[in-house]
Ligand binder design. Sequence first.
Ligand code: COA
Length: 356
Amino acid sequence: MLVALDSETIVGSAGAFEFELTVPGGPVRAAGVTVVGVLPTHRRRGILRELMRVQLDNAHARGEPLAVLWASEGGIYGRFGYGLASVCGDMEIPRTHTRFVREVDWPGTMRLVAVEEALQLFPQVYDRVAGETPGMFARTAEWWEKRTLADSEWRRAGGGELSFAVLELDGTPEAYAAYRLNFSYEDGVPTGKTVVIEAMGAAPAATAAVWRYLLDIDWMASVEAGLLPLDHPLFLLLLEQSRMRFRVGDGLWVRLVDVGAALAARSYADDGGLVLGVADEFCPSNEGRFALDGSVTKAAPHLRLSVDALGSVYLGGFTFADLARAGRIEEVTPGAVARADALFRTDRKPWCPEIF
Ligand SMILES: CC(C)(COP(=O)(O)OP(=O)(O)OC[C@H]1O[C@@H](n2cnc3c(N)ncnc32)[C@H](O)[C@@H]1OP(=O)(O)O)[C@@H](O)C(=O)NCCC(=O)NCCS
């Protein structure tokens, strides 16, 4: 946690969790940037810039190749080398339009559990999903207790208490849901909403089953969920996707703190032969020509791009072709964009199910 002081008074702050973040190929240490703020009395004097400077230097010194964050406003972090690395969306679907294309075979048994048991069982599913999903970070027991499954008044915001359901197959948790039932009635008709806080399954059938459970809870008129990835299975499970009224917004932002270490930390379709010319105004030590194993090379670059653009493709949320269409990359060698996309390709979109 960093603070900016004016004499004895704290006027600005920036914190970072020490995360293990999944990237294509495995986990990587990452600074999970949070609680960034400068008092309105002290804004636009360079305090954020100084906080970002020290924070990135510290992350580098701790050996964290990446920094990640959720941005309150998209205009703030690009100048510090962060690139938008994923998008996600919210949905609210009327229960009357939640039929699946095919009925799901319900594997195992669904059980309501109290928070103590949820704290034991949910991580067993989450860890399996997080291990193979870029953008998810490992949660400690404390994180689960104090953040994910905490049910404070302010989080309820007038809604129902947090409920927990687990799907078990042969005694092993395969999927879970944390949700609220926000009851309401108009003219004797239920108009309430199931608000999904987090739901996931470790296998496709379990994911489908846990969503079927959530979509079928009686007395609720609709089901709301947020922070869903664009490749969420619901798009292909539901018969009427448009009824989700899916709204897309920005997701996780990624900053390569140490370009060489970050490139070396992720996997590629094969061992490369691609040279990236990277520009990084805010952290000039990152500037240069890099091979995908992270080594600095004298070879001519196939592509030139800024470090924030590299952050956008790092997790697989955007492609080099996306960057090219946005004029955010220079293709020095013809065909290099397609080649880079073949190398960086991932099977799934990055997903961070939680704002930190
Ligand atoms: C956003 C915030 C932290 C900026 O702090 P600050 O000390 O005023 O920022 P600085 O003076 O260091 O500005 C650094 C640069 O960012 C730009 N900037 C600052 N806030 C910005 C904003 N909201 N949108 C776009 N650009 C912004 C400045 O213009 C400056 O640009 P420059 O480098 O081209 O000159 C501060 O306004 C704040 O606390 N806002 C409310 C809380 C918030 O949004 N926090 C972020 C949580 S993710």
